[in-house]
Design a protein around this ligand. Structure first.
Ligand code: SAM
Length: 207
């Protein structure tokens, strides 16, 4: 998977490549999906959600430009796979998941695997996690209609945020940088994520 789907598609950060080698994706999906775990596609994790495509996990991790000492906020824990990759690349990961069942399962799994620099919280990640702000990096792994202002506010000056922005079915992966009070956004590529639901995301219809 690493050579063909990750390095072969242009991911060069050696720390990201090493983290992708170390974290076994089949451990983050149901046993009946384990044989598909190294295909480069999202897979269902229950509650209508997915574990992200490995290439997208690697790309978003590389775009964060982590050096190792950062505090990172992740919105959309899902299975915890991206969280486990981030845990190898930075000092601390604070991850927020809105579906309690997924948050609890991911937290338990990450603890069992020994990722002690990760903490998972249940809640609406569109309003960030005020308790531990500001963050050096923020990663959003669900598609937003626009940049949530609260997340921009919780980003350290000089910090970087990676987020898919677009409509409910198709987004553009954006890198957002905070230079003093100024916010600079750069488009990277097209992408498809499940919707970011919540106060500063898409409206929740069925709850
Ligand atoms: N990166 C994850 C992984 O590796 O398994 C997959 C993330 S999945 C594509 C997107 C996740 O975002 C879903 O689990 C969904 O419940 C969550 N989500 C959507 N809106 C959210 C919100 N407002 N706050 C926190 N999580 C949210």
């Amino acid at each position: 998977m690493i050579d063909l789907q990750i390095r072969g598609r242009g991911i060069h950060d050696s720390r990201v490549l090493a983290a992708m080698e170390r974290v076994h994706r089949h451990e983050f999906v149901a046993a009946e999906l384990a044989s598909s775990a190294y295909e480069d596609c999202p897979l269902p994790i229950g509650s209508g959600q997915t574990i992200s495509q490995p290439y997208m996990v690697a790309l978003m991790s590389e775009l964060l430009a982590l050096q190792g000492d950062e505090r990172v906020l992740e919105i959309g824990t899902g299975s915890g796979y991206q969280t486990a990759i981030l845990a190898q690349l930075c000092r601390e990961v604070y991850s927020v998941e809105r579906i309690p069942r997924l948050a609890v399962a991911a937290q338990e799994h990450l603890q069992r695997c020994g990722y002690e620099n990760t903490r998972v919280y249940t809640g609406d990640g569109t309003i960030g996690l005020a308790e531990f702000q500001p963050y050096d990096r923020i990663i959003v792994t669900a598609g937003a209609p626009a940049l949530p202002q609260t997340l921009a506010d919780q980003l350290n000056p000089g910090g970087r945020l990676v987020i898919p922005i677009g409509d409910r079915f198709l987004q553009k992966l954006m890198v957002v940088e905070k230079h003093g009070p100024e916010i600079v956004q750069q488009e990277v590529c097209g992408c498809v994520f499940v919707p970011l639901l919540g106060k500063e995301g898409w409206k929740v219809y069925n709850e």
